[in-house]
Design a protein around this ligand. Structure first.
Ligand code: ADP
Ligand code: MG
Length: 730
């Protein structure tokens, strides 16, 4: 019987799918399936429209009466586009998006069938929450949960095949109000940042009344042939390869980066981009990444809540559309050993309702001071809250990137470039000096003109930084490619807001004492630089020297998820989130529990799959080859030729036997360790066991010997598609 591997290879050269990506003009289809405010205007009464706008702009609640009018308008619009069903669309804590479809169809009490969508159904629903993770919140309360409309993210129509569903973005909370999703705390954090940033902006410009955090994510991903992937249980079940020897050619030539995009992938990209544009996802760039079969796309940045929804939607679309093209998209952080992993750089800044980017250097002393204020507050926030930021990006998949020597390290540090380093140094060394009115030299610095050049100079080096300033925004690079950005964004915006809040208290106190405003601000900035400069690092983040240096500086370097998540336990974290109204204490505990559970499940599944691969794929292939060789030896022996002439075969036979033995022994022991770990009831301890006693102890050893066998066994006996087949798409 031919193995799946060879069947898939045979099919490879036949086109698997026609591209339907005939060229189109983006503006023609952009937002086609979104109920934008512009669309709303023609489907809603004046009053309903105004109420919707107010709610979008200020988060004002919409009452049920108005909800009815909006719902009717929404249904009208959706029905004209052939929609029959609607769903509340939300992001539970399993990292995916969730939907439960209901039809508009209903039957009145007199038996009349009717299409209807009322305000109640738009504003709130009650899906069964019991199958979503709740970290114990449900056990203590109720199984029910509520989804509630989030008007700040517009409703959209999801097309799947010929089916069309109206999706209403919602938050998801338990019966007693605890958040069970990614969006609820994000909205709270964004409101907190808005308030804290506006308060600080008032020092500089009284006209500023709203600050939005902005996010532009860069999504990296791998694409592999679906037929080949279906012959790899590890790819299908864990999203990454657990075994596989590096191919003779990897990424050493760096010929994939910015090279021509393979035609099949190009057709796939255009297809998912088209779906994305219809949903208002403003994709802007697409290109190859460094590793073979690795690619990236990025949108134009947006307000953070919308950007997060769009990224979640896009990951879903990319996964679905890939199947049409006979491809599988891998969003995992480390699908292949020995070549680059994937991240999701979160480009982040803040913008005011007066149109100012608060992280863009100004052109006048006053705007320069505003820039410096937000710039230095960011540095202080990242310095003070490095542990919780590290925890916000922790996952089993991302552990392969952080700390491995080809990705931003697990040490949270900030790159700002030479020019700004000098600026901060100048401010810092004025310790003891009083800033006075005349002394504005610092602020007259031509920062805005010097920065672009400087950033160009440093692009290569800053790639190794987990948090880099790139001219007019910070780039949080340590976020994993499969993550929902909400967690990283909730944390980053909360720590920033908390820092700004404290900054204002300090500055106000100095002003109270009679200090001039600008002087008070400069002095506080100076203190902040002194307190947080240890987080600044301009060198090579991948180097061993940096690990040593960071240790000397006292910066945390937490390499594994279970340990990183301990940050959720600290008093500092609890104070940060609870005092600022982002989480209740039980919500933090629940999230900690959920993340640990997820970690355990992921490693558990990987361990099982690795055991299966070893026992049912690798060892049988090796045994077949062993038989072939032993037959060969027997034949040669019978023919009476000198033993010297088949010594090589004997050696191979021994080697194969040794590898098989080591693999089976380790798989056995790993199963025993799993049994032991499963009996431990404390989740944190169990996660640590899975990390240290199962993954760290066995995965590498088992893989090493399997990969050795891959190099020895006759290629035609090997049933798992090899790296060279998976990685070099044609
Ligand atoms: P690169 O990082 O590759 O040089 P860009 O700087 O053009 O590319 O942008 C990367 C991402 O950063 C894009 O998604 C872009 O929209 C986003 N971005 C640019 N400015 C901002 C900003 N002020 N706030 C948030 N994201 C931004
Ligand atoms: Mg970038």
């Amino acid at each position: 019987m031919t193995s799946l591997r060879f069947k898939a290879i045979e099919k490879l050269n036949k086109p698997t799918s026609e591209s339907n990506g005939s060229d189109f003009r983006i503006t023609k289809i952009f937002n086609e399936n979104v109920f934008t405010l512009q669309t709303a205007r023609s489907y809603l009464s004046e009053e309903a429209y105004k109420s919707l706008v107010a709610s979008v702009k200020s988060g004002k609640r919409i009452d049920r009466g108005m909800g009815n009018s909006i719902a009717q308008g929404l249904r009208l619009w959706a029905e004209e586009k052939g929609v029959t069903h609607f769903t509340h669309w939300f992001q539970p804590l399993n990292g995916l998006s969730a939907e439960k479809h209901d039809s508009f169809f209903t039957i009145l009490s007199d038996g009349t069938p009717l299409e209807d969508f009322d305000g109640g159904a738009l504003i709130q629903q009650e899906p069964d929450a019991s199958s979503f993770p709740s970290g114990g919140l449900r056990a203590t309360f109720e199984a029910r949960g509520y989804t509630a409309w989030d008007p700040s993210s517009p409703a959209f129509i999801m097309e799947i095949g010929n089916g069309k569903t109206l999706c209403v973005p919602t938050i998801f909370v338990s019966y007693t109000g605890e958040s069970l999703d990614a969006k609820t705390p994000l909205l709270k954090a964004l409101a907190f940042l808005d308030k804290a940033a506006v308060d600080v902006c008032q020092y500089f410009d009284k006209n500023i009344s709203k600050v939005n955090a902005t996010l532009g994510w860069e999504q990296e991903y791998f694409v592999v042939d679906a037929g080949l992937a279906s012959a790899r249980p590890d790819l299908l079940l864990t999203g990454r390869t657990l075994v596989g020897h590096s191919p003779a050619k990897g990424q050493q030539l760096e010929d994939h980066y910015f090279g021509a995009i393979p035609e099949r992938v190009y057709a796939y990209m255009r297809d998912f981009e088209k779906e994305a544009y219809k949903l208002g996802i403003p994709l802007r760039t697409r290109h190859n990444e460094v590793a073979p079969a690795q690619f990236e796309c990025a949108p134009i940045y947006e307000e953070t809540n919308l950007a997060v929804d769009h990224n979640t939607l896009l990951m879903d679309i990319m996964t679905r559309v890939a199947k049409r093209h006979g491809l599988i998209v891998l969003l995992h952080e480390k699908p292949f050993a020995g070549i680059n992993g994937s991240g999701k750089h979160n480009n982040w800044s803040m913008s005011t309702d007066t149109g100012v980017n608060l992280l863009a250097p100004g052109k006048t002393p006053k705007t320069n001071l505003m820039f410096l204020t937000f710039f230095v507050n960011t540095i202080k926030a990242v310095h003070d809250y490095a542990e919780i930021l590290r925890a916000s990006i922790a996952s089993a998949g991302n552990d392969h990137r952080l700390g491995a020597n080809e990705a931003p390290p697990a040490i949270i540090s900030i790159f700002i470039g030479k020019f700004l380093t000098d600026v901060l140094k100048q401010i810092e060394t004025r310790v003891g000096d009083k800033f006075d009115e005349q002394d504005e030299a610092m602020l007259k610095l031509d920062i805005h003109r010097s920065i672009p050049e400087l950033m160009l100079d440093n692009t290569d080096r800053n790639r190794t930084s987990p948090f880099a300033f790139t001219g007019n925004k910070f780039e949080f690079r340590a976020v994993g490619s499969s993550a929902n950005c909400a967690n990283a964004m909730t944390t980053l915006n909360t720590v920033m807001a908390d820092t700004l809040r404290k900054f204002k208290i300090e500055v106000d106190a100095l002003i109270e004492k009679g200090e001039k405003k600008e002087v008070a601000i400069m002095q506080t900035i100076q203190h902040y630089i002194v307190q947080s400069k240890s987080v600044l690092f301009e060198g090579d983040g991948y180097s061993d020297d940096w690990e040593k240096e960071a240790k000397k500086r006292g910066l945390p370097n937490v390499k594994t998820t279970p340990q990183a998540l301990d940050a959720y336990h600290s008093e500092k974290t609890k104070k940060l989130f609870v005092d600022n109204g982002i989480f209740l204490l039980p919500e933090i505990e629940a999230r900690h529990e959920i993340m640990l559970e997820e970690y355990i499940k992921k490693i558990q599944i990987e361990a099982r799959v690795l055991g299966d691969l070893a026992s049912t794929f690798v060892i049988p292939s090796a045994l077949k080859y062993q038989n072939l060789i032993s037959d060969n030896i027997r034949g040669l022996k019978e023919s009476g030729i000198s033993e010297k002439l088949y010594a090589n075969q004997i050696q191979i036979l021994n080697k194969i036997g040794e590898h098989i033995q080591i693999i089976s022994d380790n798989v056995e022991q790993m199963i025993e360790e799993r049994k032991k770990a499963n009996n431990v009831s404390n989740t944190r301890e169990r996660a640590l066991l899975y990390c240290e006693k199962i993954k760290d102890k066995y995965f590498g050893t088992i893989r090493y010997h399997i990969d050795k066998l891959e190099l020895m066994v006759d290629d035609s006996f090997w049933s798992l598609p090899k790296y060279r087949e998976l990685l070099f798409l044609r």
